[in-house]
Design a binder for this molecule. Structure first.
Ligand code: SAM
Length: 280
């Protein structure tokens, strides 16, 4: 049976280019092009967008993005072994795929992209989390991207979308909720990947808000949530002691019981507290 784009099946590509998966690069590849096209569709309408894809590997998701009509794809891949395989995809889609062989943590991609930009990636989870935090904390808001569609291990995906009073709720959920709408849009079992990882995965789709959901000074909010969740089981009047002697009154003024714990508090209350502390 032919593939959805007429290019060789990914198993053949991997064999032809000898792309034996490297553990240290977190290489767990998606080989089912119907699945990668489905992930591309979850990213939204791509026809008028540049897509930044991080970690294309042998190009399964890249092909999904191009089949689904992405205007252009900029693919940043650290492993030089993948570059010839990606070049074959580029030849089938003239002018629509640019590949940069670099570490996504180090390269500056902005000069290579034209707005609007959507980011799509299936990355090793540690790199993915670090990049997510960077994408959520640019010098100025709104950032260069409209949406992020990212594969994570399921536990990280749950931390990204967590609500108060759940074990997964913490600083990551607050940061995401402050600046984005976020939801889990797909679950994948280990067998979806080659080689299969030990854990389940999930795709998270984040859409940026034009402005943060509630006003607050970013540095103050960050200081408060770092302290509060640093000792998440303690009462806030104790975990936030380092904020100064007025903290108990400030908590009350923000509508937060000083005896409450960090994991019970909604984003809106943390932002109110940050405003009161900043006005201090
Ligand atoms: N997107 C492909 C897919 O879905 O089949 C590959 C996914 S694999 C989980 C992760 C990819 O990210 C690998 O190709 C790996 O070489 C690449 N990678 C790992 N760390 C990277 C980094 N710091 N910068 C760019 N690419 C990286």
């Amino acid at each position: 049976m032919g593939t959805i784009d007429g290019l060789p099946p990914l198993r053949e590509v991997i064999k032809a280019h000898d792309l034996v998966a490297k553990k240290q690069l977190g290489q767990n590849f998606l080989l089912d092009l119907n699945l990668t096209a489905k992930i591309a569709r979850l990213a939204g309408d791509l026809s008028a967008c540049d897509v930044l894809e991080v970690g294309p590997g042998p190009g399964g998701l890249t092909r999904g993005l191009l089949v689904e009509g992405a205007r252009r794809v900029l693919a940043v891949e650290k492993d030089p072994r993948c570059v010839p395989a990606l070049a074959e995809i580029g030849a089938a889609y003239p002018g629509r795929l640019e590949v940069i062989n670099a570490d996504a943590m180090e390269v500056d991609v902005l000069g290579h992209l034209q707005a609007p930009v959507r980011v799509v990636a299936n990355l090793p989870y540690n790199v993915g989390t670090e990049l997510l935090i960077r994408w959520l904390t640019p010098k100025v808001w709104p950032p260069f991207w409209q949406s992020l569609t990212l594969m994570f291990q399921k536990e990280v995906a749950e931390r990204i979308v967590a609500k108060p009073r759940s074990d997964h709720y913490g600083r990551l959920a607050l940061l995401v909720g402050w600046r984005c709408d976020a939801k889990i849009v797909m679950h994948l079992p280990p067998e979806a990947f080659t080689p299969a990882p030990k854990v389940h995965s999930a795709v998270v789709h984040l859409t940026r808000l034009a402005e943060p959901r509630f006003p607050a000074d970013e540095a103050v909010l960050n200081r408060i949530t770092t302290m509060a969740f640093g000792q998440r089981r303690k009462m806030l009047r104790s975990s936030l002691k380092g904020m100064g002697p007025a903290i108990e009154a400030q908590l009350e003024a923000a509508g937060i019981a000083p005896t409450a714990r960090a994991e019970e508090i909604e984003l809106e209350r943390f932002c109110a507290l940050a405003r009161i502390v900043a006005a201090g």
